[in-house]
Design a protein around this ligand. Structure first.
Ligand code: MG
Length: 251
C-alpha cells in the first residue's frame, strides 16, 4: 500500500449499487474527510449534472461539493474548451450534457461539432441530424462508450449504442471522452488540482475504470464490489485489487 495524496473514485459498483450505499466505501470516504485527504468522483453518466450527483452522494452520507464530481459531460466540455475556439455544436443528450454546453452556439445545420451523450428520448430525427452534420464535415464526439447501463428495471441501452448507430450511419467513428479513455481522468485531475502521479483511481470495472487509469498512467485500485470479480485474466494488471475499501488502510 502507498500513501496517496489524493483519491478519485468511480461511482456505481464502487460507492453505491443503484440507490444503496456500499458501507465500506462510505466509511473510507469519511476517513479521507477526517484526514483532510482530497478526493473526487468520475462517472461516465452524462445525463446528470454534477449538482444532481453530489446531492445523491450527500444523501448516502458523503461530504461532497458539485465541483468534486466530473461527469463525462463535464469532461467533454473541458475537452472542447481545450481543443477548439469559437465553435458551434449540435448536442444530443439530457440535462447534464445540455447544461455543460449551454454557453455554446447551437446549430443543427452546419455545426463544427456533433456531441452525443445518452438521450433516453432519442428519435430517428435527432440521429439523422447528427449523422447528416457529420457527413457534412462536423467533428463527432461521444461523451462515453457504455454499451448498456443498469437502471431500476434492468439493463437498458447506453450511449455507446446511440453513438455507434450514428457512427454507422455517418461511417465515422467518434472521439470518445469517458472511460476507458484517459481524457476524463485528465480532466478530473486538472479540475481538482491533483498531481496524477500522487493520485490513485478506485473502480470496480476493469474494462472502463482500470483501463482508463492505466491509459492515464495513474495507479489504480480495483475493488471487487461491482462488475469485475477478478482481474487475473487480463494482461495489464491494476496496481492493487482488493475485496473492498475495508481492506485499504490510510497510512
Ligand atoms: Mg462502476
Amino acid at each position: 500500500m502507498k500513501a496517496y495524496k489524493s483519491y478519485l473514485f468511480d461511482l456505481d459498483g464502487t460507492i453505491y449499487h443503484g440507490n444503496k450505499a456500499i458501507s465500506s466505501a462510505i466509511q473510507f470516504l469519511n476517513q479521507l474527510e477526517l484526514k483532510n485527504i482530497p478526493y473526487g468522483f468520475v462517472t461516465n453518466n452524462s445525463t446528470q449534472t454534477p449538482d444532481q450527483v453530489a446531492k445523491k452522494l450527500t444523501n448516502l452520507g458523503v461530504k461532497v461539493e458539485a465541483r468534486q464530481v466530473v461527469t463525462s459531460s463535464i469532461a467533454t466540455a473541458a475537452y472542447v474548451r481545450k481543443h477548439y475556439r469559437d465553435v458551434s455544436v449540435f448536442v444530443i443528450g439530457e440535462v447534464g450534457l445540455q447544461e455543460a454546453f449551454s454557453q455554446y452556439r447551437q446549430d443543427s445545420i452546419r455545426p463544427n461539432l456533433v456531441v452525443v451523450g445518452l438521450d433516453r428520448k432519442i428519435t430517428h430525427d435527432k440521429m439523422s441530424v447528427a449523422a447528416r452534420c457529420i457527413v457534412n464535415g462536423a467533428t463527432f464526439i461521444a461523451t462515453n462508450p457504455d454499451r448498456m447501463i443498469t437502471q431500476e428495471n434492468g439493463l437498458v441501452c447506453g450511449n455507446g449504442a446511440i453513438a455507434q448507430a450514428i457512427a454507422y450511419a455517418a461511417n465515422t467513428e467518434p472521439v470518445v471522452i469517458g472511460k476507458p479513455s484517459a481524457e476524463i481522468l485528465h480532466t478530473a485531475v486538472n479540475q481538482l488540482g491533483f498531481n496524477a502521479l500522487e493520485t490513485v483511481f478506485v473502480g470496480d470495472n476493469y474494462e472502463t475504470d482500470i483501463l482508463a487509469g492505466i491509459r492515464a498512467k495513474m495507479d489504480t485500485i480495483h475493488v471487487q464490489t461491482g462488475v469485475t470479480v477478478s482481474c487475473q485474466s487480463f494482461d495489464e494488471q491494476p496496481t492493487y485489487s482488493i475485496p473492498s475499501l475495508i481492506n485499504w488502510s490510510l497510512l
